[in-house]
Write a protein that binds this ligand. Structure first.
Ligand code: ADP
Ligand code: MG
Length: 693
């Protein structure tokens, strides 16, 4: 249960004075609906109201807090004109200007003869000084609250800075003094403030340097968040590790035979990955391993050999892909190998109905089928395996390992291998999965030629046509990727359809069009015509599945390459360069290019190494924006920023490991404080594991 000391922070924001349902909703939109969310809503800038001067010395453009005496009110002569208030001090005169303000409010705020503080930007109007709608007004008693550095928060329409500032300040006021959870040695070495102090400091910046990612209070709060995440991940991980797995013999005759009858030699990366997987499979603990590698790096083949360890031990294996097309493709890759080794492998997708399906389901239930490849149809309720020993999940770019664990309930203690075609930078890997075991396929199978990547401005489009004609004349096939138009599927389609027409006029009937709105059957039809060589050129939007394998396709044109993220460009390009033909990728861009777009295109021309590209992507965009991470189940950090705090992440990871080694149940004094930290960052699920033990 959440510790009592945190209760005030987990109340709804509407519990704060002055925040009703309407404001509550607006604040929830920018920060969240709990009071604690306001603590994590960090200022984006600040306004310094400390400066003051005699009115005569005030310069236009400065933000100043001036002390003046109210002289007279000058009411607007007609609608649309402002209300002016003449004020003065010993040195000169200042006019306050208000548009559309209520008369009684103004007269109450500025009684004639009284002294007032006004803070805002001083302007020069035809030689006299004025301030239009001062940001802050008050009496001399309010000097301390007005003359200070004011944080500026990200806002939304209808929500004023003043209201949000008050709400955050109230939330900060509720921040309790918590028992320290940071390791004492680290705390003194880094000279970090206590949590409560850090929260106060982060919301009361005093200068631009207070916003840096490396101020002590920022670092401390970022570390807290990273530590909470790492402890939570490691607790979840420890639970998985405690689950009993099975121990497979990885030396069966079947497995050996399959390895030697492959029509190619495995790359050393494939061999290494297999060794790692087989070590897990041989051990009695349950395997949960991630296999990362670009499209075409040979993951499916590794999975095939790994599955044979289960099959060799008399169990079954299943391979699940996120889409029909990809499931089919895995089946294509594996089918031939399976026939050769005498293993029965079938494809089961949502499209199999009636008799065919019944047959498969019944054979699976008695173990006559050893390997099932398919979509999530594999995991529908009526599919019962005789003895499912291993599960391979091809996530492509959808991660979410822990959620997927649920599926593994189909097989008691089944080993799980998750494949992903998105190379995940080490930093993100650690942030998202903590200690998850992972193997990387870092090289392409032998014989693949590098892709020649070039960049051309869009207005050279006409010149591309003759080059394509030549390539097609020599038997090449071409992917033509159409630009993403403002995330609108309809507009994407319109652009692709138009380009399709344009290319058809030049290349005739052997041009196909592929897009997200086609029915599954039509997609397959277009794809298989392209794969069979009946089409020379395939125009597509980016919504088509990654991983589609047409080895003869050796040219790719990407229009408006500047609109794509680095990871996405890399994924797209991965569809060519898979056969023995030399490949070319043309990145057409609309200039002028911004710095980031230019850097992306340069990196694409420089390297095909997906891991390097992923690291560069992280550097260019920052952690949260990596392709697909929004939907990916990657944690979204509130304070920490992986682009700046990756060293803290490593530190937090080690800290969490040491802590849990010594105190796996978080019983010690520090352990108790860490529990509070988990709840503070809403890792309740992990904290609850402790009780259920
Ligand atoms: P991925 O699943 O990573 O996209 P696959 O395992 O499907 O890659 O391999 C892509 C293609 O390359 C397949 O046709 C496969 O048979 C072939 N392949 C895999 N490994 C090798 C290798 N070591 N040498 C040559 N070809 C290979
Ligand atoms: Mg594959």
């Amino acid at each position: 249960m959440r510790p009592q000391v945190l209760f005030p922070l987990f109340e709804p924001i509407t519990k704060l004075a002055g925040i009703g349902p309407r404001l509550g909703e607006l604040i929830a939109r920018v920060a969240g609906d709990k009071i604690v969310d306001l603590l994590w809503h960090l200022p984006a800038g600040f306004v310094d109201r400390r400066a003051s001067s005699p009115v005569a010395d005030a310069e236009a453009g400065q933000i100043l807090t001036l002390t003046v005496v109210v002289g007279s009110h000058e009411k607007p002569g007609r609608r649309g004109l402002p209300w002016r208030i003449r004020c003065f001090d010993d040195s000169g005169e200042l006019t306050l200007v208000y548009f559309n303000a209520k008369a009684d409010w103004l007269e109450k705020q500025f009684p004639i003869g009284e002294t007032r503080l006004v803070s805002g930007q001083v302007e020069d109007f035809r030689g006299s000084k004025q301030m239009v709608h001062p940001d802050e007004i008050g009496t001399p008693d309010d000097a301390d609250t007005i003359r200070r550095v004011e944080p500026v928060y990200p806002l939304t329409a209808g929500l004023s800075g003043r209201v949000l500032r008050k709400a955050v300040a109230a939330a900060v006021g509720r921040a309790p003094d918590l028992v320290e959870w940071t390791d004492a040695a680290l705390l003194s070495k880094q000279d970090w403030p206590a949590w409560q102090t850090a929260i106060k400091q982060v919301h009361t910046p005093e200068s631009a340097t207070d916003f840096a990612h490396d101020t002590r209070h920022r670092l401390r709060l970022a570390y807290d968040e990273l530590l909470a995440t790492q402890v939570a991940l490691q607790l979840l991980r420890a639970r998985t590790r405690k689950q009993k797995g099975r121990s497979f013999d990885t030396n069966t005759e079947l497995r050996q035979r399959a390895g030697t009858t492959l029509p190619f030699t495995l790359t050393s990366a494939q061999n290494q990955a297999l060794r790692e997987i087989e070590e897990d499979m041989a051990s009695p603990a349950r395997m949960l391993r991630l296999l990362q590698g670009d499209v075409g790096s040979g993951k499916t083949v590794v999975a095939w050999l790994a599955m044979l360890n289960a099959v060799g031990g008399g169990a079954q294996a299943a391979l699940m892909a996120p889409t029909e097309v990809l499931a089919r493709q895995h089946f294509q890759t594996i089918r031939g190998f399976a026939e050769e080794t005498g293993v029965r492998a079938v494809l089961l997708t949502g499209r199999d109905k009636g008799r065919v399906r019944e047959q498969i389901v019944s054979e699976l239930s008695v173990g006559e089928i050893q390997i099932a490849i398919g979509t999530h149809a594999l995991f529908s309720d009526d599919v019962v395996f005789d003895d499912l020993g291993m599960i391979v999940i091809d996530e492509q770019h959808r991660f979410g390992v822990h959620q997927r664990m649920a599926l593994s309930n189909k097989g008691s203690a089944a080993d799980v291998l998750v494949m992903t075609a998105t190379p995940i930078p080490r930093t993100l890997m650690l942030a998202a999965y903590g200690d998850l075991d992972s193997s990387r396929l870092t090289e392409k199978p032998a014989g693949r030629k590098p892709v020649d990547t070039r960049a051309l401005p869009n207005d050279k489009l006409q010149d591309v046509v003759p080059a394509l004609e030549r390539a097609i004349g020599q038997g090449a096939q071409v992917f033509w990727v159409c630009p993403l138009v403002e995330e609108s599927a309809e507009l994407d389609l319109a652009a692709a359809t138009e380009r399709f027409g344009w290319l058809q006029r030049r290349f005739g009937e052997r041009v196909g069009l592929m897009h997200g709105q086609l029915a599954a059957k039509e997609k397959d039809a277009v794809m298989s015509r392209f794969a069979a060589g009946e089409l020379d050129l395939l125009v597509s939007t980016t919504v088509i599945e990654v991983g589609v394998d047409v080895p003869n396709a050796s040219v790719m044109v990407i229009e408006h390459a500047e609109r794509f993220g680095l990871a996405q460009l890399h994924q797209l390009r991965g569809r060519i360069g898979r056969g023995d033909r030399a490949s070319t990728c043309l990145l057409l861009y609309q200039g002028p290019l911004g710095d980031v777009a230019r850097a992306r295109i340069d990196i694409m021309r420089e390297t095909e190494d997906g891991f390097r590209i992923a690291e560069e992507d992280l550097r260019l965009r920052g952690g949260g924006e990596i392709l697909g991470t929004r939907q990916s189940g990657l944690p979204r950090f509130r304070v920490a920023d992986l682009a700046h705090h990756s060293e803290l992440l490593t530190l937090a990871h080690q800290d969490a490991r040491l802590l849990l080694d010594k105190d796996p149940g978080l019983e010690s004094e520090r352990g108790q404080a860490i529990r509070t930290l988990l709840y503070l960052f809403e890792r309740d699920e992990a904290a609850r594991l402790l009780r259920s033990g």
